[in-house]
Design a protein around this ligand. Structure first.
Ligand code: ZN
Ligand code: ZN
Ligand code: ZN
Length: 159
């Protein structure tokens, strides 16, 4: 069955291309849905799109501070909520952090491989794994919202 892997990016890849693809996708999505990509929404997305790492809300705020952009934590959370609702980012619960989604489709579960050294998170979507989780959950009478798995470890560049 379908497995889609967004592998760990090479440390010196041309990230500008990733960044523009993410920003372009966000603009397109907001246009299609008639949503406003406000300045603050863009600023928060821009920070996340600048790397493949998961960042906490306060880390995002600190990075914005360095750019002379002052957002209260509540505003950062509000922008993150918007980005989450529109599937432009994922929340990594085990890190209490957020990362940009590298897939085009909406609202997918998946497996997140989290490098504990460099902080980069890679996404896998394996429908077999999704099925196993959903089916096993059903057997206990549990209605799984999303078959999300977070796997800590070391990426190949950090081993
Ligand atoms: Zn990149
Ligand atoms: Zn994703
Ligand atoms: Zn790593």
């Amino acid at each position: 069955m379908l497995t889609r892997i967004n592998p760990f990016p090479e440390p010196n890849h041309d990230h500008q291309r990733c960044h523009s693809a993410i920003m372009q996708r966000a603009r397109q999505l907001c246009k299609t849905r008639g949503l406003r990509l406000t300045k603050q929404r863009l600023q928060v997305l821009d920070v996340l799109a600048n790397s493949h790492k998961a960042l906490g809300a306060y880390e995002i705020r600190d990075i914005l501070e360095q750019q002379d952009i002052h957002l209260a934590p509540i505003s950062v959370y509000r922008q993150l909520d918007f980005l989450l609702e529109n599937n432009l980012i994922h929340r990594i619960a085990s890190l209490n952090a957020f990362m940009v989604c590298s897939h085009k489709d909406n609202n997918h579960g998946g497996q997140f491989l989290i490098c504990e050294k460099c902080g980069v998170v890679a996404e896998l979507i394996d429908l077999d794994i999704n099925d196993v989780i959903t089916t096993c959950a059903e057997k206990t009478g549990f209605n799984a919202k999303q078959p999300i798995v977070e796997v800590p470890g070391l990426c190949k560049y950090c081993q």
